[in-house]
Design a protein around this ligand. Structure first.
Ligand code: AMP
Ligand code: MG
Length: 338
């Protein structure tokens, strides 16, 4: 029997848009929520510039969704995937996100690989028609994957014949960065946006204090703890976000390029904290695939982000730079990595 993730079902029910404002310039709060990029998006903007900015950020997210969707026949991604073997012309945003995501594919030693799309689709994670593919099918699909064969040159992108890409690992983070940019340009100085588990904060709370971000317990409904941040992206990749179950086993949407199966290298949730949402988004997916040991090694070598890893044995590992800002929930033990 297959079971769909409760969260995405709940998100569909919440397909509402709400714009609200209340009087008093500095206390004014604008809230906006809607469904886009296959997820539930919400934003809270403080101050009197919020209302106008909220309208613009929704437009921007919908614009990016039209470019990056793998299923919309008018999208840039569709054009790339259906011009395989040739050059596809794309918008500057598409060229930029692909170029930047490829950098993380490279840095992660291929743990992140945007050419895995045919494998992701075979598992049914695109249309929610889940199935466990045969081993030989996965093997033959993996022959047509390798991020190093994706080329970006100016406003053209090319992938070899038989290849297909998707930006599921980094698109929400890219959109979050754009949203932060729009809010800044509109004069908003305090806001928090949540794009289906990607939290991005602009400035501090209106009273100058830090935002408190709950880090979801991948094993249950609550939080493993809360993190205090200002002006940061906090992005989690979790096996609980999209999955199905068959014969008591859970299969999630993050795929290990080494065998085409859901990544099962000791991590059930990877949160990355940094300045860029896109970087954190791509990196959290990469860490999930790399697993516990490789992720710690990677962090020690690069130290250009902070992280919270939850292992399949329930261990919680927090990197040095955020150790003091993380308050674990009762009963949660934290290992420090430095
Ligand atoms: P995220 O939720 O940000 O961790 O991204 C997961 C999404 O990225 C999946 O739904 C797929 O579309 C795609 N994906 C899955 N595995 C990989 C991988 N190893 N490298 C790149 N993209 C992936
Ligand atoms: Mg990601």
């Amino acid at each position: 029997m297959q079971k769909q993730n409760k969260k995405s079902a709940a998100a569909l029910v919440c397909a509402a848009i709400m714009l609200a404002g209340c009087a008093g310039p500095e206390n004014k709060i604008t809230s906006s929520s809607f469904i886009a990029m296959d997820t539930y998006i919400s934003a809270t903007l403080y101050g009197d510039k919020g209302k106008e900015a909220a309208g613009k950020i929704k437009e921007e997210i919908l614009r990016l969704e039209r470019l990056f969707s793998v299923t919309d026949e008018k999208s840039d991604l569709w054009r790339i995937n259906h011009t395989a073997g040739g050059n596809a012309r794309v918008s500057p945003d598409t060229a930029e996100i692909i170029g930047k995501t490829l950098e993380i594919c490279e840095k992660s030693g291929g743990a992140l690989d945007i050419t895995l799309y045919p494998v992701v689709a075979e598992w049914g994670f695109t249309g929610n028609e889940y199935k466990i593919p045969g081993e030989d099918i996965l093997k033959s699909l993996l022959e047509n994957t390798d991020y190093r064969r994706v080329k970006v040159a100016g406003d053209t992108v090319s992938v070899p014949e038989g290849f297909q890409i998707d930006l599921g690992a980094s698109a929400k983070g890219y959109a979050g960065d754009k949203v932060i940019g729009i809010m800044k340009a509109e004069g908003v100085s305090s806001a928090i946006v949540n794009l289906g588990g990607n939290v991005q904060t602009l400035g501090a709370k209106p009273d100058g204090s830090d935002w408190n971000i709950g880090i979801q317990d991948p094993f249950g409904e609550g939080y493993i703890g809360t993190l205090r941040v200002k002006d940061k992206a906090v992005v989690t990749s979790g096996g609980y976000e999209r999955y199905f179950e068959e014969n008591g086993k859970r299969y999630w949407h993050i795929i290990d390029p080494s065998d085409g199966y859901p990544a099962d290298n000791g991590i059930v949730s990877a949160t990355v904290i940094g300045d860029s949402g896109m970087f954190c988004d791509a990196m959290s997916t990469a860490l999930f695939v790399m697993g516990t040991d490789r992720s710690q090694e990677y962090w020690r070598k690069h130290r250009d982000f902070e992280m919270i890893l939850v292992g399949d044995d329930g261990t919680v590992t927090v990197s040095e730079g955020i150790y003091e800002s993380f308050s674990p929930s009762e009963g949660v033990k934290v290992d420090l990595i430095k």
